[in-house]
Structures are given as C-alpha cells and as structure tokens.
Ligand binder design. Structure first.
Ligand SMILES: Nc1ncnc2c1ncn2[C@@H]1O[C@H](COP(=O)(O)OP(=O)(O)O)[C@@H](O)[C@H]1O
Ligand SMILES: [Mg+2]
Length: 246
C-alpha cells in the first residue's frame, strides 16, 4: 500500500482527535495585521434601498444583495473618515470582532469591503424589528418579552467575554429585537479585545477534547465578567481619536 493510500485509509477510519475547525482551545479573536486585507470593490452587487440608522462614524443602509437576493444591512464608514488611519483601523477591527463572534445574538457579518468612493463597508444580516430604545416605549413588548431579551443580551455578552472581548457601548440603541423573538447586540465599534490570543498549540494527546479540562485563555481571568471596570473602559489604543455619538 502506498503512503497516500495509507493516509487516505487513516483519514476514513481514525476518529478526529482535535476540533475539526482547527482550534483546540476556545476560538480567539484574531486582529493581527488588521490592515492587510485587499478590499475588493464588489459594491455593484449591492443595490441601495434606504437608510436604517445613523451614528457617529457613518450610517447603516438597507441594501439588496443582488447575488443572494436578500436584504442586507450595510454599515458604511463615511468617506471623509475612511482616509483617517485610526478610524479605518477601528472600523476594520469592528468588522473582525463582530464577524468572529459567531453567536445567535450577535449580528452575522457577511462581508467587509470598500466602495469605489473609498467608503469602507460591513455587510451584515439585516435585522427586521426595533431597537430596544423603541421597544421600551412600545406596549407590544411585554415585560416578559423584555426580560427574555435581557437574558439573551447577557448570554451574548458572556460569550464575548469568554473570548476576551468587551463591548463597551451597551445601550438600548445597540440592541435590536427582531419581529420573531430574535435578540441582537449591535455595534461592536468600540469593542476592545482585552487579551492577546494565546498561541495555537499543535495537536497533542492532551488536546483531545475528551481528555482536556476546560481552561481559561492564559492571560485572562477565569471570570472575565469580573474584570475591573476601569480596565474595560480604557480607551482603545488604536483609535484613541475616534469619538462616537449615540
Ligand atoms: N444589522 C442591522 N439591521 C437593522 N438595523 C440596523 C443594523 N445595524 C444597525 N442598525 C440600525 O442602525 C443604527 C446605527 O447602527 P450602529 O451599528 O449602532 O451604528 P453606530 O456605530 O454609528 O452607532 C442602529 O441603532 C439600528 O437602528
Ligand atoms: Mg450604535
């Protein structure tokens, strides 16, 4: 039997020892070389429909993805700011943090790119519903429904904390309640990664999930939720000049 045949046979018969997604620890947020991306201009794929909301750095537009044939929310960094290195880095960081935090209550990122006008954009799932700010004034949102939403927000935030990410801008405008019970934490624009990603280990016997005891990433506390507020509120080093309005 050739070594190729032996390898193929082993692949078929050997159970996977490590996480098939290639990580043997909790996935960590990767921000290294945040500016290394070539942002192909694919904006022709998206057709403008309207505006969903505006904030300090740009606006969130409703676009139609002509390829998949669905609406998408298109968060755009204003072109004036797109040439500012700190804002640009902050926006790319937002896309990566939000995109890597895959959780049912964190809006999935579909794409990150740049328009021909030099506007950076994040294409993401378009949430149909209301911000928590609006829901709090709408009697259709019962106390029970709001409490359920609150618990979903807590779970999303705990998920982020487990990956060393603090949101730092949790407020009713940054939470959306979907028409079918969905709850989403939005706007990871000033989120901060509080620990460097641990080095990826090569797979060993001890990294087999069945043998591994759960453990916190090397440089973060076992209870990230108890991190000192002063640490969480420290301004982001890469975008100290970014200011935000609600
Ligand atoms: N994925 C989305 N789907 C629908 N509306 C959204 C979405 N993301 C943001 N919005 C709307 O746009 C507003 C501003 O978005 P946000 O990400 O908070 O921008 P900023 O960083 O400028 O505050 C939100 O309050 C919400 O009303
Ligand atoms: Mg916001």
């Amino acid at each position: 039997m050739s070594s190729d045949d032996a390898q193929t046979k082993a692949l078929r018969t050997e159970p996977l020892r490590t996480d098939p997604y290639g990580t043997d620890v909790d996935p960590v947020i990767e921000l290294v070389d945040v500016e290394d991306v070539t942002l192909a201009n694919e904006v022709g794929r998206f057709q403008p429909v309207g505006v969903l909301g505006r904030g300090g750095m740009g606006e969130v537009r409703l676009m139609r993805d002509l390829r998949i044939r669905r609406p998408v929310a298109f968060k755009v960094l204003r072109s004036k700011l797109a040439t500012d290195r700190a804002y640009r880095t902050r926006f790319l960081t937002e896309a990566r943090i939000q995109g890597q935090l895959e959780h049912p209550s964190i809006v999935p990122v579909h794409d990150l790119g740049e328009t021909s006008d030099g506007e950076l954009y994040i294409a993401m799932k378009c949430v149909r519903g209301a911000t928590l700010r609006r829901a709090l004034k709408d009697p259709k949102f019962t106390r029970r429904r709001l409490l359920t939403a609150f618990s979903s927000v807590c779970l999303a935030v705990e998920f982020a904390h487990r990956r060393g990410v603090v949101h730092r801008d949790l407020k009713p405008e940054n939470v959306m309640l979907g028409d079918f019970g969905e709850v989403y934490v939005l706007d990871w624009g000033i989120a901060k990664v509080l620990h460097a990603p641990p080095k990826r280990r090569s797979p060993t016997r001890s990294s087999c999930p069945a043998r591994r005891r759960p453990r916190a990433p090397a440089s973060c506390s076992a209870h990230p939720i108890t991190w000192r507020p002063s640490a969480a509120m420290a301004p982001p080093t890469s975008a100290a000049t970014c200011s935000r309005s609600a």
